[in-house]
Design a protein around this ligand. Sequence first.
Ligand SMILES: [Zn+2]
Ligand SMILES: [Zn+2]
Length: 132
Amino acid sequence: MIETETIWNDSGYDCDHCGGQILERTDIETGQPARVCYQCQACGCQWEISGEVLRIGSTNSCRRAQRVRNRSEVTTAIDPIKLRIVVVATLLFLGTIVYFGGLTAVRFLVPIAIAVFVFWTLYQMGKERMWW
Ligand SMILES: [Zn+2]
Ligand SMILES: [Zn+2]
């Protein structure tokens, strides 16, 4: 026989949509691990303990809060894509140099890179020891 029980506790938070009291809801079902989530008493929104939205309430402020949330997720999602484009473009650029210049380009670029690195290290070292 399966019994379900729901326990409500005060989570100590106030809802940022409606200012209502947020309760900690624990659903216990026989033979199942207890499921805990937060639920606003006033607007009915539900959140996972991790902060993920489970259910959005029906008031305007709930929907507005969800829109703001979606927008911030979209803006943070763009950056890794931009980064990937820059990386791919750099790789394509290097690939093109190597393809057209062949080993000559590599032979030409490597000493330059080493020279720049050595000069940069010397410059930093000298600056630390106040040679200049
Ligand atoms: Zn609420
Ligand atoms: Zn809400």
